[in-house]
Design a protein. Structure first.
Length: 157
């Protein structure tokens, strides 16, 4: 059996406390380009969701225009963990309560995708809903309870 290569996909959503044009979000919006550039050049980065604006704040996740989505693909769990928790991204992460409402369900998850295939928002939404309902499984998980990459297409969830 030939081993397939897999990459790690992530989705996180958030409900903004105001529209992106509101002064309360000015600091958040000002950091989008630098943080996206940091991701784009981070070791292990593969892809991130973006529209023609260069970010994903205007990509629809659902009916609520204040809910924004972020998705990306990384070569490994370690690469995403390093970017998320050991780079300048951490400061933006610490300040999230200024810009986002506290959510009562998990608003993030990870899953494996075959290398070269990019996930869709619909797929991310399905994975996130699964994680919210079932907790960590090979289908959707988080850093604290991760699962190894599948070995082949047959074991891919």
């Amino acid at each position: 059996m030939e081993r397939m290569a897999f990459h790690l996909a992530q989705i996180n959503i958030g409900r903004l406390v105001a529209p992106t044009f509101h002064p309360q979000l000015a600091d958040f919006v000002a950091q989008l380009d630098p943080i996206n550039k940091l991701a784009d050049t981070a070791p292990g980065f593969v892809w991130r969701l973006q529209s023609s604006s260069g970010n994903a704040t205007d990509v629809a996740y659902g009916e609520d225009p204040l809910v924004i989505v972020n998705m990306s693909v990384w070569e490994s769990l370690a690469a995403l963990r390093d970017y998320t928790y050991a780079s300048q991204h951490m400061q933006v992460f610490r300040d999230r309560a200024k810009w986002f409402e506290k959510m009562d369900k998990p608003h993030y998850c990870l899953w494996w995708v075959p290398a070269g295939r990019l996930p869709t928002v619909a797929e991310g939404k399905q994975r996130l809903q699964h994680y919210q309902t079932h907790g960590a499984t090979p289908f959707a998980f988080w850093f604290s309870q991760s699962f190894p990459a599948p070995v082949d297409q047959e074991t891919y969830a």
